[in-house]
Design a protein around this ligand. Structure first.
Ligand code: ADP
Ligand code: MG
Length: 332
């Protein structure tokens, strides 16, 4: 049983950045305003992830890493109205199947925090010294996850991830993107090797201010705002103008608050820019789409984290049209 759970977990958690993405989404759902990530060996050895969100009630720790345990779907109606992607109850379970996971959490107005240690989806009854699990400890409001020895029990996967610098870059890239979508949240990331902060964003009041902090002020001067309200969905974003090119393309697509890989949209936008930029430049694209959750199916394939949008073609067409209008309007 543990083996099949581990295989399922390995499809949700592909690398350290997948852990960070799941934890990020949970922290944002928990109304965190400050998220601090610390990494050893690019997250392969240790991911320490701290938020100041609402915390987890001690009674819920017992089932926290049970598969399909979620507090976000008490009723079917909730699933439709909640507007979040985080309702599968699979992330923490998956993480606990492929790592050593310690959770320390405290609700507001509690006198102390609780710390729990998980293995294979379960609370380990007690540690070697006989201390209880979960145990009380001092703390502050919020939740800290410590994920150690990722893929210790999946040697092939572990060996395939040998470049900790590359894993580190994946995580920084993820934090950069989320910090644009959530400008009021402060993000930081550092390596535990040297305790130096490599990435920090303060809480700011707009996406544009956050883009300036993360990608540089020069870029913000080249951006065009897009985002008329359509009838069936809404979107907002910033795209670089047709005379500007980055060294590497940046595509930031969010749907209902979650970063997604949207290959078909990426392709369409990229060929649009290619047709406008004779030299084939690389654009900066940040698009935040809000779709009625009824029209989304995020559960098609948990492993691929693909979403299925009804009327996807229609939405892409609308987005493209509005981008093209903006680009041609301003490039003449
Ligand atoms: P899901 O997000 O799909 O509900 P997860 O496995 O990601 O499933 O998380 C399980 C549950 O743990 C969440 O529903 C939530 O109640 C709780 N939780 C996880 N992370 C946090 C956090 N950072 N702060 C508060 N509660 C959390
Ligand atoms: Mg989640």
């Amino acid at each position: 049983k543990d083996v099949s759970d581990r295989i399922a977990a390995g499809e949700v958690i592909l690398r350290p950045a997948s852990v960070v993405k799941e934890l990020l989404e949970n922290s944002i759902d928990a109304q965190a305003t400050r998220i601090e990530v610390s990494l050893l060996d690019g997250g392969l050895k240790t991911i320490r992830f701290k938020d100041d969100g609402e915390g987890i009630h001690p009674d819920d720790l017992n089932l926290l890493c049970e598969r399909f345990a979620t507090s976000k779907m008490t009723k079917y109606e909730d699933l439709l109205s909640i507007g979040t992607f985080g309702f599968r109850g699979e992330a923490l379970a998956s993480i606990s199947f492929v790592s050593h996971l310690t959770v320390t959490t405290m609700k507001e107005n509690s006198d102390f925090a609780h710390q729990a240690y998980f293995e294979n989806g379960r609370l380990v009854p007690s540690d070697i010294l006989g201390a209880s699990n979960p145990k009380k400890c001092s703390g502050v409001k919020g939740t800290t996850f410590i994920v150690e020895d990722l893929f210790y029990n999946c040697p092939l996967r572990r060996r395939s991830l040998s470049n900790s610098k590359e894993e580190y870059r994946f995580i920084i890239d993820l934090l950069m993107k989320y910090s644009i979508r959530y400008p009021s949240v402060s993000f930081s990331c550092r390596r535990l090797e040297n305790a130096k902060y490599d990435f920090f964003t303060p809480s700011v009041d707009s996406e544009l201010a956050s883009i300036g902090n993360v990608y540089g002020k020069e870029l913000t001067e080249e951006l065009l705002e897009v985002g008329p309200l359509c009838t069936s969905f809404s979107f907002h974003g910033y795209i670089s103008n047709a005379n500007f090119s980055l060294r590497r393309p940046q595509y930031l697509f969010f749907v209902n608050g979650r970063l997604i890989e949207w290959q078909s949209l990426k392709k369409a936008i990229s060929s649009l820019y290619n047709s406008l930029l004779p030299k084939g430049g690389h654009p900066f694209i940040y698009i935040d789409v809000t779709i009625d959750p009824h029209r989304l199916d995020v559960n098609v394939h948990p492993a691929k984290r693909q979403i299925c949008i009804l009327d996807e073609e229609y939405i892409i067409e609308k987005l493209l049209h509005s981008i093209e209008t903006k680009l041609t309007m301003t490039s003449s």
